[in-house]
Design a protein around this ligand. Structure first.
Ligand SMILES: [Zn+2]
Length: 109
């Protein structure tokens, strides 16, 4: 079993929820948590049933979020500069300098 790094957990005190409490907090059926436990963040202490902290539930919530394109446009609006990333940057007029050596080459001809 791979141990979770628990970087997502910001709990400052232990307040774990059992299956029923987690299901109630998420407003879902306990059965869904049990059926999907192998791919959900949780804590497991030997033979005890899995337990969840609120951080685990936040990750589960994010995993199941349904965000249609219209919702994404509101949550992560595309900035005008990002809409045309292939456009080369416009050089300032002051940065444009005449090529060197052309005048002398013409004089030698
Ligand atoms: Zn936590």
């Amino acid at each position: 079993m791979t141990a979770w790094t628990r970087k997502h957990c910001v709990c400052t005190e232990v307040r774990n929820l059992d299956y029923d409490e987690a299901a109630a907090a998420l407003k879902i059926k306990r059965r869904w948590l049990e059926d999907n436990i192998s791919r959900l963040p949780h804590q497991k202490f030997g033979g005890n049933p899995a337990v969840f902290c609120m951080c685990d539930l936040r990750v589960i919530q994010a995993m199941q979020a349904v965000l249609p394109a219209d919702a994404l446009a509101v949550i992560e609006p595309v900035e005008p500069a990002k809409q045309t990333p292939t456009t080369p940057p416009v050089r300032a007029l002051a940065a444009i300098k005449p090529a060197k050596g052309r005048g002398r080459a013409v004089a030698q001809v």
